[in-house]
Design a protein around this ligand. Sequence first.
Ligand code: AQP
Length: 350
Amino acid sequence: KPLVFSGVQPTGNLHLGNYLGAIRKFVALQESNDCIYCVVDLHSITAQLVHEDLPGQIRSIAAAFIASGIDPKKHIVFNQSAVPHHAELAWVFNCVARIGWMNRMTQFKDKAGKDRENASLGLLAYPSLMAADILVYRATHVPVGDDQKQHLELARDIAMKFNLDFKEKIRRTGTGVDITVGDEPVHAYFPMVEPLIGGPAPRVMSLRDGTKKMSKSDPSDLSRINLMDDAETISKKIRKAKTDPDALPSEVEGLKDRPEAENLVGIYAALADTSKAKVLSEFGGQQFSTFKPALVDLAVSVLSPITAEMRRLMDDTNHIDAILRSGGERARERAEKTMGEVSDIIGFLR
Ligand code: AQP
């Protein structure tokens, strides 16, 4: 079975972008894969060191996973800091990766802003830790939103450089396998990770500006739908969402240069588990005054059971903590094995 890994940062309110770009895919992948889903708390201190209630934020992401339908008995749900091997492998990857690779990351540039010298070293090294999160399990498939594509390419570069730099030692320790990368045969310890990004809403955009990603850090709460929003708030935000004055087109090509229309149609399609073409075959020619109420009904019907279940789970912190603890123990067993082999390959005595 392919091994799937992904993570979500406990940095505040989850929004529809996190749900459609990531969590909904996590749920679908459970059927035919072995999955590890992580609350990446080590990542959450890279941009902002001090959090008002980090334990509560960690629990709320775990609650969102479970309320959305992830089965923590069949799969692994845990928080990153419970398995120290993530940070240990990240250190090795910090020595594999080049500073120039990190400097080119658009997320670093966006989050560091103009005052780059003052960004934390952790923010610069973020992709190295992300590569370690995935590769410490030697996972191959990573469901993420489109914004994480560049980081996954970097994870492949790190894996490839490690495989090549340690080629002889991987052979000597008998820990590698023969794979093909492009047309090249490589004797590899780390696999090449495959991003799973597709679907009708790989990048959910702000409801106020169809050219900006929906994000937790947007100062306008009207720009996003939070998983904890009630039906009335969802309805208000969709009604107020920016649109153009034209009717919806009948074909997907007609969405070109209409970012707000494209975004709302993509959201509808993702929530309904269908394609944008199918949505337009139903709503093509209709005004937003007809489409928006239908989108409100759909969003509320999908999200409100999740919100209610999240609230119920959050009331029983012992239950959530027990799930995270058990997941952490199971994850640690696997990570320990990889880290031991990596130590042997590098030559650390143990
Ligand atoms: N707008 C989005 N559309 C699709 N997918 C998205 N993701 C985030 N935003 C969108 C995906 O959600 C997963 C978890 O993301 P994260 O924990 O890294 O959070 P983030 O990307 O930091 O979330 P924000 O809202 O974008 O935070 P800020 O405002 O800090 O930048 C990932 O798979 C991500 O792709």
